[in-house]
Design a protein around this ligand. Structure first.
Ligand code: NAD
Length: 281
């Protein structure tokens, strides 16, 4: 399951929606706040800016020095929150040591929360209603549907329980009527669970962690991991040992990562549409 065909399809629709907003005299704007000089963050922010440019979305990057105080980060987010021209705000994580990302995120208004990390937005995954969904799990679901993977009644096993990937992915799969098992670092006999998965989502952060003996024939594998190794970027799945066992598998790179950025664009356009009254909010 390659990400590129999904992104191509999404981009065509997204360009039209940005045009429709412009026809109403309104541009779409994403503000990205980056703190410090983490090289990976720099690459991620560049990818986001390029995606905005391709769709005709204005992107504003606010780069604060690593020595900045918590109050200064929060003041910057408050200003963007009050700026009527800004539709979406993203705080690139992780923040440098000493800064509190959870506290900072509360300074992004829920209606401009492009990443869907605010508790009001996470809450919609449980309570329903309209909110912004986190980009990576949203991308995972988009890919599964794009490639025609049947979800209802299937056993989905998610390895990882982070607030940005594992937990929301599990809730979204539940929303599609999968039976969901969530595994984590304290799970006893992980293999026992993963071997029963029809759909396996690996969001662990360890290169080649999922091996062929952990999966059953015909399973669908979504590899979320992005691990920097001396051999280059690697996923959480050892694609060689999994071999032909998987019916579908996402590559790393070229899989879920591409969808994460595309779903960020989707979120920003949705936020702009809601603020313009083009959708019910
Ligand atoms: P995280 O470190 O917050 O969470 C990792 C999870 O793995 C934890 O919940 C932990 O319990 C679980 N885990 C660790 N060791 C385990 C073990 N031995 N057995 C079972 N579970 C174990 O990481 P995250 O933010 O959820 O990211 C996970 C991976 O996904 C990372 O490689 C990250 O770079 C990648 N990622 C990719 C994208 C993308 O766009 N493709 C987006 C976000 C994160």
């Amino acid at each position: 399951m390659y990400g590129a065909p999904c992104v191509e399809k999404l981009s065509a629709e997204q360009k039209e929606r940005v045009e429709a907003l412009r026809a109403r005299g309104r541009g779409v704007c994403l503000a990205v706040v980056r703190v410090g000089d983490d090289p990976a963050s720099e690459v991620y922010v560049r990818n986001k800016k390029n995606a905005c440019q391709r769709l005709g979305i204005e992107s504003r990057e606010i780069h604060l020095p690593g020595s900045v105080s918590q109050a200064e980060v929060e003041e910057c987010l408050d200003k963007l929150g009050a700026d009527p021209d800004v539709d979406g705000i993203l705080l690139q994580l992780p923040l440098p040591r000493g800064l509190d990302d959870k506290a900072a995120l509360t300074h992004i208004p829920a209606a401009k929360d492009a990443d869907g990390f605010r508790s009001e937005n996470c809450g919609t995954l449980i309570c329903g209603g309209e909110g912004t969904l986190p980009c990576t799990p949203r991308g995972i679901l988009y890919m599964l549907k794009h490639y025609g993977v049947a979800l209802e009644g299937k056993h989905a096993v998610v390895i990882g329980r982070s607030a940005i990937v594992g937990k929301p992915a599990a809730l979204m799969l539940l929303g599609e009527n999968c039976t969901v098992t969530v595994c984590h670092s304290k799970t006893a006999d992980l293999k026992e669970h993963t071997r029963r998965a029809d759909i396996l989502v690996a969001a662990v952060g360890k290169a080649g962690f999922v091996t062929g003996d952990m999966v059953k024939d015909g399973c669908v594998i979504v590899d979320v991991g992005i691990n920097r190794t001396p051999e280059g970027l690697r996923g959480d799945v050892d694609a060689v040992s999994v071999g032909d066992k998987a019916a579908f598998i996402t590559p790393v790179p070229g899989g879920v990562g591409k969808l994460t950025v595309a779903m960020l664009m989707e979120n920003v356009i949705e936020l702009a549409e809601r603020r313009t009254g083009l959708t019910e909010a």
